[in-house]
Write a protein that binds this ligand. Sequence first.
Ligand code: SAH
Ligand code: SF4
Ligand code: F3S
Length: 452
Amino acid sequence: MQEMRDFSQAPARQVFIETFGCQMNDNDSTRMLGLLEKIRYVRTDLPERADLILVNTCSIRDKAEQKVYSTLGRFRALKQARPGLIIGVSGCVAQQHGERLLNRVPHLDMVLGPHNLHRLGELIERVESRGERVAATAQSAAIAEGEYGVAAKSAGVKASISIMRGCDNFCSYCIVPYTRGREVSRTAGEILSETAALARTGVKEVTLLGQNVNSYGKKGGSGAGFAELLRRVCMTSGIKRVRFITSHPKDVSDALVDLFDERPELCRHIHLPVQSGSDTVLGAMRRGYTRDEYLEMVLAIKERYPDMAVTTDVIVGFPGETEACFSETMDLIEHVGFDNIFSFMYSPRPGTDAAGFGDAVPADVKSTRLRVLQERQREITSRERSALVGRTLGVLVEGASKTDGAELTGRTGCNRIVNFAAPRAVAGEIVDVCITGVMPNSLRGEPCVRPS
Ligand code: SAH
Ligand code: SF4
Ligand code: F3S
């Protein structure tokens, strides 16, 4: 049995954390900071002041992975100057390379896979008191006791909650099922009490996170499906807005679509990653839907909810993607009118099936396709946003605007940033704002004056 240390009298130490990747990683970083707080660490923005440096990594594309090595390189001199400094790597690169990272990066002390975050305190202890270099990358089938024991905290009015772990879809290009392991859901009870705890600290908006939230409850959980869980989260006292990400198109249920009608807290935004508009490519990607099935679903949602913002992810240059396949993607984005897309050049990931596919698309063709796609989408986004000028939208105020401290900033239900001048609104309030203009990445507005 390990002896419990009493940290109440320990001097505060400082942790610097750098986070790459998706919202799941942001959530993991927040949870690690929560754990560290219990053992008297306080956060610093200055690595040179830190006693502990954590790099929470992403390996979704090769570029993301390379960033990890350059980031760790930046900290080498700090470790040389202060050997007591502990440097750790967590997240998807940690899982992918495990102990090999310790060999490759001599100034690294600790490697921590996503299923092991709750062991952070114990690992720090081993590095500190025994001078060990440690790697914890075991994957477990079930969520361990205490794994999500530290409720996600929030710095303001918004917070995220991980509702499940892992992914079972094995899209042929994707590393996530390997780094995050098999899909398993947290219990609804645990998620709802975390939601309530966040609401009590002043959080007004929560985002439920999972690689495929629509399959929530299929493995693990406590009987509730995703739509039911979402309904109960919406009904939590104090919560004004609820979002979720990511929804796999093959698993969208009628119950989920109906819920937008039922619950006013549910934001009118849905992220539905299409990846490609070509059936040949979708088949090779193993996405589990066809172009027509996707279009039928998305257009039905847009017709039923005209104010729904639909966003998507697209990969260009997947092996075997011809000019004709790419044109089908262009045609699909034209047809749907996405509010925004996140687009990427295909990057082969070691160990995935697609890494062994022939017919690679040359790098210059990939980058041309990406540019063409992004240019056209910029026009579509601006057209979709211009249509909002003159409309009144509810904006959840987050605080002072970054560009002009005299102004306030917040987001609409459909997740667009709005900057506006208002003398009285405070963070956490939902204010009716009349949209007056469109900027490249945001909207401008002014508070509506209601007739008295
Ligand atoms: N679970 C989510 C996606 C998580 S990864 C879903 O299924 O939608 C986020 C996005 O990264 C993916 O939607 C995909 O567009 C992109 N992506 C994943 N693997 C990639 C790869 N090997 N190369 C390029 N982009 C990739
Ligand atoms: Fe990756 Fe596909 Fe799982 Fe998304 S659904 S995380 S793209 S394997
Ligand atoms: Fe990256 Fe892992 Fe998220 S690979 S996108 S950090 S699940």
